[in-house]
Ligand binder design. Structure first.
Ligand code: ZN
Length: 116
C-alpha cells in the first residue's frame, strides 16, 4: 500500500503551518529592504496576509473537524477523523473508508471525486 497519501485534516494543518512560516520569512525579508519604505510596507503586508490566511485555514480545519466522522482505526486502535469517502488514519496512514462498497479495495484518492 502506497503511503504517499496523508490524512486530509493533517494535510491542511501542515499547509496552515507552512503558511505561518512563509509569512514570517517574508516579514523577515523586509529587513533587507529597510532603505526602501515602500518595499518594507509591501513585504510586511504580504507576510501579514500569509499569517491571516493561515488563521483562516486553521478556522476552516476547525469547521471541517466538526464535519469529519470520528472512527477508531482498525490498525492502531486510535481515534482518528475521516473526511470524505476515503481518508487516511492521522497516526498510521492506514486507509479508511466510510463506504462499505469500497472496503478491501485499493486506496484511491479519486474515490472522493468520482461517484463509483
Ligand atoms: Zn491508525
Amino acid at each position: 500500500m502506497a503511503k504517499k497519501y496523508k490524512n486530509k485534516i493533517n494535510k491542511i494543518r501542515s499547509f496552515a503551518l507552512s503558511l505561518i512560516f512563509i509569512g514570517f520569512v517574508i516579514m523577515y525579508g523586509a529587513i533587507f529592504f529597510r532603505e526602501n519604505q515602500l518595499l518594507v510596507l509591501i513585504f510586511m503586508t504580504l507576510g501579514l496576509l500569509c499569517i491571516i490566511g493561515s488563521t483562516v485555514v486553521y478556522g476552516w480545519i476547525g469547521l471541517l473537524s466538526t464535519k469529519a466522522v470520528q472512527v477508531v482505526c482498525p490498525n492502531c486502535n486510535r481515534h482518528t477523523k475521516v473526511l470524505g469517502r476515503v481518508d487516511m488514519c492521522m497516526y498510521c496512514n492506514e486507509p479508511l473508508t466510510l463506504d462499505p462498497a469500497l472496503e478491501g479495495k485499493d486506496f484511491d484518492q479519486d474515490y472522493n471525486k468520482k461517484k463509483i
